[in-house]
Design a protein around this ligand. Sequence first.
Ligand SMILES: *Cc1c(COP(=O)(O)O)cnc(C)c1O
Length: 399
Amino acid sequence: MAHDIPTRRSWVNLDTGALEDNFRLLRSLAPEGAECVAVVKADAYGHGLGICAPAAARAGAQWLGVTSVEEGVAARAACPEARILIMCGAFPGQAAAVIAHRLTPVVWESWQIADLQAAARAAGLGARALAVHLEIDTGMSRQGVRSGDLKPVLAQIATSSPLRVEAVMTHLYASDEADLLRTAKQMKELEQALSVIAPALQPEWLSVGASSALLGGTAAKIAALAARWNLRPMLRLGLALYGVAPRFEPAFARGDEPASLRRGWAELRPVLSWKSHVVSVREIPAGAEVGYNGTFVATEPMRVALVAAGYADGLDRRLSNRFSLLIRGQRAPLVGRVSMDHCVVDVTEIEGVRPGDEVVLLGRQDGETISAYDHADATGTIPWEVFTRIGSRVARIAE
Ligand SMILES: *Cc1c(COP(=O)(O)O)cnc(C)c1O
């Protein structure tokens, strides 16, 4: 049977058709005239930029959102036509690369503006030739200018500047709370900033809201605010694009969920499946210990299978002795500690397991499913982290 064993230890399959359908669904749920940025930062949430960015573009995404100039350069190579938003801005010395690769940086610090202006002048760009998105800190205390500190920024981006503030941007930090109290406060703060910026700089877009804002119904409020200032709304969508609807906490009252959230639950399809295979199967007697430090001891004779994936592949070590993987459509409990390159599962109750059998770490097998939320709940984190922890040695393969 040895010839049946896959040579890859662990791999990710990507359903690009699902990603394309997800993008089209999200765009149909967005307010009329809204632009939907496909967020492909962090290697497309660990899914693989080189496969996911072109899929988003095929589905009609005009904009891609990434973290850094380095990620922007990689996105440019994958999508020569797309607009590419650098959501965490450029670092000193990167402004020439921003121009060369036609990237659109978020700005909020005076040195970022000065760097970009100097590079744009050096490149011979005229007034308003280089688009930037100006971020406002509306309450998250992360990136952005406070609305009370806008004056010097506006003075720095005078009409002769080679920079054009194409969008006013902010990030909602609690749009997954169904009561939306924090979001309402942020929107008020944003309107305050718009009243200063919009008359002075005539931006085109109001860039606010991620997956939870779209699915949770905040997008309509963003669109209304944009319309009051003659702007078009721009949403920046990540998690939902990959087929996972964010949870709301506190949740909406049962039956009171926005229609968009119900559509998300019903129609978004996970893009990623993470798989490995059985390397070998062994019988162990009662009293045998499994894995480092013998944290699992067999209380009776058992059959266990060695799986070719460990924490270096992104399988969280905190799942040791408290999670199951799928083999032959059944749940096989992890026994003993997850090690760097391996884990061991109990297959005593599963008929006929043999080397080469497919193991699903995340995804579906014969009607059984392990979701990103299952992983996240078992390790006290969120699906965003589960996806982005999948290791770089795990091949990403388009289905
Ligand atoms: C990651 C990110 C998003 C996308 O968030 P999701 O919740 O994954 O949709 C949007 N905007 C900014 C600034 C981000 O950093």
